[in-house]
Design a protein around this ligand. Structure first.
Ligand SMILES: Nc1ncnc2c1ncn2[C@@H]1O[C@H](COP(=O)(O)OP(=O)(O)OP(=O)(O)O)[C@@H](O)[C@H]1O
Length: 306
């Protein structure tokens, strides 16, 4: 439990992150993710409940935890007047067996701005430096608050690779992100937080499989591209045996873009391909309308802005 000005922003939130796994905390703006992570980092003291990191209290045992925990804050939290690489070297020197600073700098592309003071770094450059400082000490637990927010695609991939390596090394990684593809790619365990509590949890496949399509939810029909002007009524009849008898609605949504209002199945795709082959029609794209973590997230937390 954490209150601000008498208002509980985290209340009854139950979360566990395991070694060798990436745990992603997802949630709308203001859901309480950063507050939760900051309680785990010992930066905020909870008003109730229990927080344990490596079996220790993040506030009372801060000194013992410091060498074993890596933290990447949302605002960087770095000294602004110091050149980037000096910051990293300084942080590395505080640990007993730090990573090789030069190798880490190369890996996260810090070289081009090594002599630039933190104040003058771009947002993405600062993010990369903050990540480097979080992992340079070979911590057992790493907290990453929106690690790839504002990063270019190359840097994002470098961050993803590094997180995967941390997991392989047995590190417990807890990250928050608004990027659902990032969570799908990286997370072993996901906790969806809203109004200060966990409203859904599981592995990504569990969340994708367990989420039934609610009323008004996105229907995972199949779409495909082919030559424009196909006889869709004829196609619908040909697909009927593959959908249990009733002909599905088939629409040409734009010239050459088609939608089948029925969940994709192996039989449906085979029937579609056979029908096209019989007319010498080339399918140039098929999308099975798989539900994504973003669909699940929106269904769980609603579509209104916070
Ligand atoms: N220092 C503070 N004083 C008062 N209220 C705060 C403080 N920090 C956060 N809050 C409030 O607590 C709630 C949760 O904020 P928090 O930063 O934990 O959300 P979040 O899930 O991390 O959001 P975001 O996705 O926008 O980063 C919000 O309503 C926020 O306004």
């Amino acid at each position: 439990m954490k209150r601000y000005d008498g208002r509980a922003v985290v209340d009854g939130l139950d979360l566990h992150a395991s070694p060798g796994r990436v745990t992603a905390v997802l949630g709308p703006n203001g859901a309480g993710k950063t507050t939760t992570v900051e309680c785990c980092e010992g930066l905020r003291a909870p008003d109730g409940g229990t927080v344990r990191v490596l079996g220790l209290d993040p506030v009372a045992d801060a000194r013992a935890l410091r060498p074993r925990v890596g933290v990447m804050l949302q605002d960087g939290g770095l000294p602004t007047g110091v050149p980037a690489l000096d910051v990293l070297r300084h942080v590395a020197a505080m640990y007993a067996r730090p990573r090789d600073v030069d190798a880490l700098a190369d890996r996260l592309g810090l070289r081009p701005f090594a002599r630039t003071t933190v104040r003058r770094l771009s947002g993405g450059q600062r993010q990369r430096l903050a990540l480097a400082t979080a992992v340079v000490g070979r911590p057992d637990v790493v907290f990453l608050d929106e690690p790839s927010a504002g990063l270019d695609p190359q840097a994002r991939r470098a961050v993803w690779d590094l997180v995967a390596e941390l997991r392989a090394d047995g590190v417990a990684v807890l990250l928050t992100t608004h990027l659902m593809d990032e969570a799908e790619t990286l997370a072993d365990d996901v906790a969806v937080v809203d109004h200060g509590r966990v409203i859904a949890r599981g592995t990504v496949p569990e969340l994708l499989a367990g989420a039934a399509v609610p009323d008004g939810g996105h229907h995972p029909g199949a779409t495909f591209r082919a030559a424009p002007g196909l006889p869709v009524a004829d196609l619908a009849l040909a697909l009927a045996p593959a959908t249990g008898g009733a002909a599905p609605a088939v629409r040409e949504t734009a010239p050459g873009d088609y939608a089948v209002d029925h969940p994709a199945s192996p039989a449906l795709l085979a029937a579609l391909a056979t029908w096209c082959a019989g007319r010498d029609v080339l399918l140039t794209r098929v999308d099975v309308g798989r539900r994504t973590l973003e669909d699940v997230f929106l269904d769980l937390t609603g579509r209104t802005l916070r």
